[in-house]
Ligand binder design. Sequence first.
Ligand code: S3P
Length: 473
Amino acid sequence: MIGIVGSGKPFIKSSPARARPALPEARGAVKDRRLMTSHTFVPLGPLRGTIRVPGDKSISHRALMFAGLAVGRSRITGLLEGEDVLATAAAMRQFGATISRGEDGVWIVDGVGVGSLLEPKTALDMGNSGTSTRLLMGLVASHAITATFIGDASLSARPMQRVIDPLSQMGASFEASAGGTLPLMLRGACPAVPITYRLPVASAQVKSAVLLAGLNTPGITRVIEPVPTRDHTERMLGGFGARLDVGEENGETVIAIHGEADLRPCDVTVPGDPSSAAFFMVAATLVPGSDLTIENVGLNPTRAGLLHVLRQMGADISEVNPREVGGEPVADLRVRHAQLSGVEVDPAIAPAMIDEFPVLFVAAALASGTTRTTRLEELRVKESDRLAAMAAALTAAGAQVVEHADGLTIRGTGGDPLRGTGKAQVKSLLDHRICMSMAVAGLVSEGGVEVDDISPINTSFPTFMALLAEAAA
Ligand code: S3P
């Protein structure tokens, strides 16, 4: 363990008398509480009928955070009740918000107010959740509190320097584990210093961390975004009454947040998660005879990349009843089986489908011809190294995959089923999206696909197995 003291503006001591809590000794300090559960996914027949995927993970995190910062009572309908979002709820409680779930499934949040976060009494256990960690680091950075963030082995290997850098410039100070990872201790600065920060990596988490720090910073904090990423923070903060201007300079988006904000409570309805719908979009496309409607899918343009690429490959997906839910565009998607053709995926679309590449690789493995993806280095720092994990998993299932530094090249079967994993097992590496992508591969295999541990699915999609059984019944 080495200490990394944030560079940039000098550390502003908010509470000099306070003793510094010790960092947990080891990385991956959180023991995995879940039992490893292996599962073999086998062909189940066509996917038919109508299903509804759970609430959007990104929007659920933000709804809990912003409601927890408002003064008064907010209600959240359709919240994703997966482990990642529950980690955010637990942290917001430690910061002083009161959060409960009504019997009707609506979540009630009484916020603590911007500027009034309490210091957590114990380390914040972020489990597997990068979004919880990076966004909450932003919140803490401009409050006069100290917080320690810990997580599971996957999260403890992920880069946090990308948020440490801008938050240090705002005055926060850090002690992180080697390479800028968790366990990590953050001492917030109050008052923090407003900055203008140009994102060096296309990341909605980094953007949001800086904007959230800006909420309790005097003056105006700006983020320059050369490549658009999901804009849920911007959309929702406006609804909670923050003053936020989004403009354009030299072809780049500039987001300015006015600090020392007062957030007012808000009732939020969370649309269905397009990243969860993705598994069913691909499954229904690949399994002959399928005709599946997925209701209430969020189609924010910053998230809809997979839909475009699947259509480019020949998928038959129609949008029914387009409408708006919680300030986000939504539609029901009717997906019918279609034979896909391989494509060159335009790297410019990557941020709009950054979480959907694992399942796109499965679609590519069944397409006719070759699919090439490039400039996907970011996939190497997700819950797992998703280029390496999917190359290994699909190869084990009989697909033809070549891994490059920045992408995969996949030669599809032309619609023939994959061989299956036989005696081998796919390693899911604490990554929910590897589990569910390879579940889809199992549906189009001869001998089934065995995944060593499917418990990570609970981080984002606890009803996945039940919905799969329902759609294939
Ligand atoms: C997310 C942003 C993306 C995405 C993650 C959720 C968010 O991460 O992969 O699942 O809610 O802001 P990056 O910001 O690292 O691209």
